[in-house]
Design a binder for this molecule. Structure first.
Ligand SMILES: *Cc1c(COP(=O)(O)O)cnc(C)c1O
Length: 356
C-alpha cells in the first residue's frame, strides 16, 4: 500500500550504536527520543535490547505504549496538570518548570504510592521551556519548594536549546547550567544526579571536546534518526540519513505549462504562491500530500526531480530533466527531514514496511 515508509532497521541500529558510543564516551547517560517517529514499535524493540538508559517522548500516549519496558521512561514536554495521574503512572521522570504542576505530580505520586523524579528546566536563552537563567531567586525558590514535596525527587536540572530560539549550545552557555547546578547543590546541601545538556544540537560539542564535564545526560532524537547534528546541520561520521525512505505512486503524468492560467488568489492553504516560469514541463502528480509530509522537507532520491508544490493529498513534481522515463503507476522515492518524518509516521494514510 502506497504511500509507504520503508524503515531500514539495520541502518537504524547502526545509527543507534554510533550515537550511544559517542554519548557514552563523554560520560553521559542517553535518552533516546522517540517522538520523531511516533514511537514505532519495531524500533522500540531494538531500543529495548540496546544499552540506552531512557526512552523519552513528549507525549504520554507514546510512553504508555512502552508498558513493561526495562528502560526508564522520561516525559519531555512539560506536563499538563490535567494529566498528572497518567504521567506518574507511565513516566519515571518528567521535565518541569511550574510549581503548580509539580505539586499536582506530587499529589498523584502520593496516591499511587510512588516517588516521581523531575528535572527542573532552566532556560539559557532559547525562550522555550524553563526558568530564565538570570532569575536566580526564582530558581532557588523553586528548588526550596520542590524539596518540601515528599513524593517528588529533584533528580537534576536540564536545558533545551535550538528549538524555538535556534540558540546553539556552546561550552559557555552550558557552563552556566553547570554553575546553577553547583549553586543549588551548595545552598541546599544536596547532590543532583542529572545535569541534562540538551538534544541533537549538543552533539557537535562531543567531537570538539567542549561539553562541560559535569553535563552527564543528553536527549537525542534527530541525530539518531537522520544522522545529523542539528546546530550546523552536519552529517555525523558513519551515520545514515536514509534509514527512512518514503515511497509514493504517480497518479498523473502530463505535459503542461508551469504557470497557472487566469487571475490567481490563494492556494489550498491560504498562501499566495509565486510560480516560476519553467516553460512547458513534464509534471507528475503523486499520491501523497501535506497531510502526510512537509513538502518543503522532502528530498527526491532522483536528483533531477524538483518538487513544485503540494496540497493536502497531492504532490506535484517536475520530472522533465530526469533520466528516468517515468509512467503512471511508477514509484518515486524520497528521503525525509525531521518534519516530514514526523508527519509521515503520524499520518494514518502512510503504511510502513521494514528491512530487517
Ligand atoms: C524533542 C526534544 C528533544 C530531542 O530533540 P532532537 O533535536 O530530536 O534530538 C530533547 N529534549 C526535549 C525537551 C525535546 O522536546
Amino acid at each position: 500500500m502506497y504511500p509507504q515508509l520503508v524503515i531500514d532497521l539495520n541502518k537504524v541500529k547502526n545509527n543507534l550504536d554510533k550515537i550511544s558510543e559517542m554519548v557514552k564516551s563523554v560520560g553521559c547517560s542517553l535518552m533516546i527520543v522517540t517522538k520523531g517517529y511516533c514511537a514505532d514499535v519495531e524500533i522500540y524493540k531494538m531500543l529495548e535490547e540496546s544499552d540506552i538508559d531512557f526512552l523519552a517522548d513528549s507525549r504520554i500516549q507514546n510512553l504508555k505504549k512502552y508498558e513493561g519496558t526495562k528502560k526508564q521512561r522520561a516525559l519531555l514536554r512539560l506536563p499538563m496538570g490535567s494529566e498528572a495521574e497518567e504521567i506518574v503512572r507511565y513516566a519515571d521522570l518528567s521535565l518541569n518548570s511550574e510549581l503548580v504542576t509539580i505539586k499536582k505530580l506530587d499529589d498523584a505520586a502520593r496516591k499511587q504510592n510512588k516517588i516521581h523524579n523531575i528535572l527542573l528546566m532552566i532556560d539559557l536563552g532559547d525562550l522555550r521551556e524553563g526558568i530564565f537563567y538570570k532569575n536566580e531567586d526564582e530558581i532557588l525558590n523553586a528548588v526550596e519548594e520542590i524539596l518540601k514535596l515528599e513524593n517528588i525527587k529533584l533528580h537534576g536540572i536540564g536545558v533545551n536549546l535550538t528549538c524555538y530560539g535556534a540558540v546553539i549550545p556552546k561550552n559557555e552557555n552550558l557552563s552556566i547550567l553547570v554553575d546553577i547546578a553547583e549553586k543549588i547543590e551548595q545552598k541546599f546541601d544536596i547532590k543532583l544526579d542529572m545535569i541534562s545538556g540538551g538534544n541533537s544540537s549538543s552533539v557537535h560539542l562531543i567531537d570538539k571536546n567542549e561539553l562541560p564535564k559535569k553535563i552527564n545526560n543528553l536527549r537525542i532524537g534527530e541525530a539518531f534518526l537522520l544522522g545529523d547534528e542539528t546546530s550546523y546541520s552536519q552529517m555525523l561520521d558513519g551515520l545514515y540519513d536514509d534509514c527512512f525512505v518514503l515511497e509514493a505512486e504517480i497518479i498523473e503524468l502530463k505535459v503542461k505549462q508551469s504557470v497557472p492560467i487566469g487571475e490567481t488568489g490563494v492556494d489550498a492553504f491560504g498562501n499566495k504562491p509565486v510560480y516560476e516560469d519553467r516553460g512547458i514541463i513534464k509534471r507528475a502528480i503523486i499520491a501523497v500530500g501535506r497531510q502526510d509530509v512537509d513538502s518543503d522537507n522532502l528530498h527526491p532520491i532522483d536528483p533531477k526531480i524538483d518538487i513544485l508544490g503540494a496540497s493536502s493529498d497531492h504532490l506535484i513534481l517536475d520530472v522533465t530533466k530526469s533520466d528516468n522515463e517515468y509512467k503512471v503507476g511508477d514509484i518515486i522515492n524520497f528521503k525525509l527531514s525531521y518534519s516530514s518524518l514526523l508527519r509521515a509516521t503520524t499520518s494514518a494514510y502512510v503504511s510502513r514496511t521494514y528491512i530487517k
